[in-house]
Design a protein around this ligand. Structure first.
Ligand SMILES: NC(=O)c1ccc[n+]([C@@H]2O[C@H](COP(=O)([O-])OP(=O)(O)OC[C@H]3O[C@@H](n4cnc5c(N)ncnc54)[C@H](O)[C@@H]3O)[C@@H](O)[C@H]2O)c1
Length: 340
């Protein structure tokens, strides 16, 4: 019997209606995906980056992030993840714009195309949340979040959900009004204190998370407490000393980061200072194959680059919710295929 090439189109509003802003759900899906990667149930080739005008001097890029997730999820797909310097600070224009496509692994028929921009924001912060769950001290009270952009907003949600002991979140940005705006959004829910000095907020912080557009280190080694947890979401925001001093060095994906042009991990790997056996991965932590934090005295550092299968897993969850709730627009790839 022939299968109809019907796919569901979900615009950003639909993705939100289908429950994306539930951080608890996104944390669960993210952690489960990491565990499945650790257990070998996911195929996740390294992402391919198309930097324009070139890889070193990009002013915009698009990345292709394909994956297959097996087990009880059984879905293929990819995220087309893009960022543009041109968009920075332009009203109504996000710096990052993403699309996710889902494919039936058996027939390879497309199942869905959806906005992935907010999926990225939610799953990126959820990845940091999972890192914090395994690496942060259980008595962590103060967090310093650097970067009050799209990811900064969801990072507040992820940290508060993943580290319930947190009492205050210092949200730092070059542009104070952005940090103030997010603090206001969370007023009455979370204690978010806006600021502009990374040094002042980082010095006695238990957790430091960076998610800025800076391409050079902005967190200095001497500002970091010896038993803090530092999570870098962009590629080169923390000084090398912070990473090299860490008792536990964690990455989301060693291959991607160690080959990623401009990443701190690529730099220390190329210089021979860091090898794969010196790091743990978030999938290994989630699958119980390597330990997270083992004592309150450790400095734990996690560097991430983003893993496409997490986007696909979250998008699949949203797709299933949307089907159940009748959200979205159905599109046909053809009425009758011309040549078969
Ligand atoms: N690891 C991942 O999986 C992943 C996924 C998506 C995005 N990211 C990265 O996260 C970063 C943020 O993305 P976004 O979409 O939130 O961008 P955004 O433009 O919405 O926000 C970035 C914020 O950083 C601030 N900033 C820039 N330089 C700063 C500095 N030196 N000190 C303090 N604040 C500074 C900007 O003012 C801005 O508010 C980007 O670098 C992006 O590549 C990582």
């Amino acid at each position: 019997m022939s299968v109809k090439p019907e796919m569901l189109f979900l615009k950003q509003e639909d993705v939100v209606k289908a429950g994306l802003l539930d951080m608890k759900m996104v944390l669960e899906v993210t952690e489960k995906t990491f565990k499945m990667i650790g257990e070998g149930q996911v195929i996740n080739p390294p992402k391919t980056m198309l930097g324009m005008p070139d890889l070193e001097n990009w002013t915009s890029f698009c990345m292709s992030m394909p994956s297959y997730i097996g087990g009880d999820i059984d879905i293929a797909g990819f995220k087309w993840a893009s960022e543009a310097v041109y968009n920075m600070g332009k009203p109504g224009m996000p710096y990052g714009i993403d699309v996710v496509m889902l494919t039936d692994p058996k027939t390879v028929y497309p199942k869905a195309i959806m906005d992935g921009t907010l999926i990225t924001a939610m799953r990126t912060s959820a990845a940091a949340g999972v890192a914090a769950k395994y690496l942060a001290r259980k008595d962590s009270k103060k967090a310093c979040l650097v970067g009050a952009g799209v990811i900064g907003r969801t990072m507040v949600m992820a940290m508060m959900e993943a580290v319930p002991s947190l009492e205050e979140i210092h949200l730092i940005d070059l542009d104070l009004s952005k940090a103030e705006g997010i603090a206001k959004e969370y007023e009455g829910k979370y204690n978010v204190i806006p600021g502009t000095s990374i040094e002042a907020a980082a010095k006695d912080a238990d957790i430091i998370v960076t998610m800025t557009t800076s391409r050079k280190p902005i967190v200095k080694t001497e500002w970091v407490k010896s038993n803090a947890t530092v999570i870098q979401m962009s590629v080169n925001e923390i000084e090398e000393g912070i990473l090299m001093n860490a008792n536990k060095k964690v990455v989301d994906n060693w291959v991607q980061l160690s080959h990623g042009t401009g990443t701190l991990i690529n730099k220390v790997a190329t210089e021979g200072k860091l090898t794969e056996d010196m790091v743990a991965s978030l999938p290994q932590l989630a699958a119980g194959q390597k330990p997270g934090r083992e004592s309150d005295d450790e400095l734990c550092v996690c560097c991430t680059y983003g893993i496409g299968s997490v986007d696909v897993a979250v998008a699949h969850k949203i797709y299933m919710n949307a089907l159940e709730k009748g959200i979205g627009q159905k599109l046909m790839l053809w009425d009758n295929p011309l040549w078969v």
